[in-house]
Design a protein around this ligand. Structure first.
Ligand code: NAP
Length: 260
């Protein structure tokens, strides 16, 4: 039986847990060959073991996406191992909540180093090969925080607005080469990051975690925190031939929280 990502070679960053792990599971189920990236090798190994793919169909690489040389070396290693990269899922990300007045320039730099520059390094590393082969799909993980303002997380929102912006700009330049670049904007998804958000925002706002969740969900028409698999489905679509007619888009998967 044919699968939606048969024979496709995909790099997924931030694949050791949360949304990235769910994307790795969905991509494996759809027949992709995988390179999984994160900093924590033990967790990556656990994901690799759980997927049960033949050893020649999966690579796990421990690297920090802030490190441009390491990102380029990883892409080179994948191209040597699998012959090419068809799909890049730029999912690795970090979160930190503070009021604007409490954030330091270092906080902004730190979030941009991972959430923007990690995305930029990997796109610049894969695009020459994708463009030469006239085939490629790039999926960047932005956020609803990349589309609107939120209190007490301006540095995170800035980094995710940057992901939406760079997705649009690179989509324009890559289109003539038949490479598409799209972004996903999740709302509240049940992962370690949303637990960090609850703890940090509750601390700064004086609410309990429960009060915070209630307030947050009052803005979500579907009324629940989503599951990582609900993001993985869109990541499969955007990485597959089914999305060949769309580029430069940033799509909300947020229970209806943002409607424009
Ligand atoms: P998570 O559970 O905290 O997982 C983050 C992933 O990124 C982990 O695999 C982590 O692996 C990896 N990572 C973090 N910094 C890295 C670095 N410097 N280099 C390499 N890997 C790094 O987060 P998540 O909720 O799954 O979030 C995934 C993406 O979705 C992020 O871009 C996030 O901003 C976005 N997002 C999440 C939500 C949400 O509600 N959860 C909402 C909107 C957008 P290691 O720890 O092993 O390095």
């Amino acid at each position: 039986m044919a699968h939606r990502l048969d024979e496709q070679v995909a790099i997924i960053t931030g694949a050791s847990r949360g949304i990235g792990r769910a994307i790795a599971e969905a991509y494996a189920a759809e027949g992709a060959r995988l390179c999984l990236i994160a900093t924590d090798m033990a967790r990556l190994q656990e994901v690799q073991d759980s997927l049960g793919l033949p050893a020649e169909q999966i690579l796990t690489l421990s690297l920090n996406v802030r490190d441009r040389d390491a990102c380029f070396a990883a892409v080179k290693q994948v191209e040597q191992h699998f012959g090419r990269v068809d799909v890049l899922v730029n999912n690795a990300g970090v979160y930190r909540a503070k009021s604007f007045l409490d954030y330091t320039p270092g906080d902004f730099q730190d979030l941009l180093d991972v959430n923007l520059f990690g995305v930029l390094h990997f796109m610049q590393a894969v695009l020459p090969g994708m463009q030469a082969r006239r085939h490629g799909r790039i999926v960047n993980m932005a956020s609803t925080a990349g589309k609107w303002g939120s209190r007490n997380q301006s540095a995170y929102n800035v980094s995710k607005h940057a992901v939406v912006g760079i997705t649009r700009c690179v989509a324009l330049e890559a289109s003539p080469h038949n490479v598409t670049v799209n972004a996903i904007c999740p709302g509240f998804i049940q992962t370690d990051m949303v637990e960090e958000l609850k703890a940090q925002v509750a601390h700064s706002s004086g609410m309990t975690g429960e009060e915070l969740v209630k307030a947050a969900l009052s803005r979500v028409p579907l009324g629940r925190i989503l599951n990582p698999t609900e993001i993985a489905g869109l990541a499969v679509f955007l990485g597959s031939a089914e999305s060949s007619g769309m580029t430069g888009q940033s799509i909300h998967v947020d229970g209806g929280m943002v409607m424009f």
